[in-house]
Design a protein around this ligand. Structure first.
Ligand code: FMN
Length: 215
């Protein structure tokens, strides 16, 4: 798969109805063609990221280049990707305004004044940061992502805790067997310490897990 981003200037300001028509086309076609991405519109500038199979992205980009609704289409980045950044959106859309722009991580003093074709075309890295920001701008999706992250963390901790308990069980069985035959030695004491150290980590993991779940 590839991810391609470009910037363009609208031919003439889009009415809401025109924008809605465009978005409906994007959603229907992109779903059909396995494409995802994000379209930002503000200050008469389009900033779009498309991702999917190379042939599908290139075919669409070919059409977009010819589209009379905008001009000065300038490609910013084109790179191979393993996973999609915008997997939830066949075409996410955001009309960008000043209020939004002041809250983008890593972009200090970025205002609508800079959301211009000239500025963004010359600062592809800042354009990319904007796109990255909007890939998780939806508060509900962000919340879901945070929960997913917590669940991943809990799984890892649970697996680790189980591993510690397995080690301790192994050691106890070994020590018990040696005790029965009167063969306890230094090595058994050493592995007892290993088991104790492993078990001491478990309460800490439980506390962390509880704070992730209920904190
Ligand atoms: C800024 C901009 C972004 C566009 N993005 C998409 C898109 O993501 N998917 C899409 O199918 N068409 C998009 N289009 C429209 C295409 O240029 C083209 O009109 C459309 O793909 C043709 O669809 P059709 O063959 O179904 O008529 C976009 C057009 C503009 C001006």
């Amino acid at each position: 798969m590839i991810q391609l981003s470009y910037i363009s200037s609208v031919a003439q300001p889009m009415t809401t109805a025109e924008l809605v028509d465009l978005l409906q086309t994007c959603l229907a076609n992109n779903q059909r063609d396995g494409l995802t991405g994000m379209l930002l519109y503000g200050n008469e500038v389009f900033l779009q990221t498309l991702e999917g199979e190379e042939a599908a992205v290139d075919t669409l980009y070919g059409k977009i280049l010819q589209d009379p609704r905008h001009s000065n289409v300038k490609s910013l980045t084109r790179r191979p990707i393993e996973t999609r950044q915008y997997s939830d959106w066949n075409m996410g859309f955001k009309r960008v305004d000043d209020e939004d722009l002041t809250h983008v991580d890593g972009l200090i003093d970025f205002s609508q004044k800079k959301f211009t074709f000239k500025y963004l075309a010359e600062h592809a890295d800042e354009a990319q940061r904007l796109m990255d920001h909007y890939s998780s701008w939806d508060p509900l999706l962000r919340k879901i992502e945070e929960r997913e992250e917590d669940v991943r963390h809990l799984r890892t901790m649970l697996a680790h805790a189980r591993g510690c308990v397995e080690i301790a069980t192994l050691v106890l069985q070994n020590v018990a067997a040696a005790g029965k035959t009167g063969q306890l030695d230094e090595e058994h004491l050493r592995v007892c310490d290993v088991a104790l150290n492993a078990l001491r980590q478990v309460p800490e993991m439980q506390t962390q897990a509880a704070s992730k779940s209920f904190g």
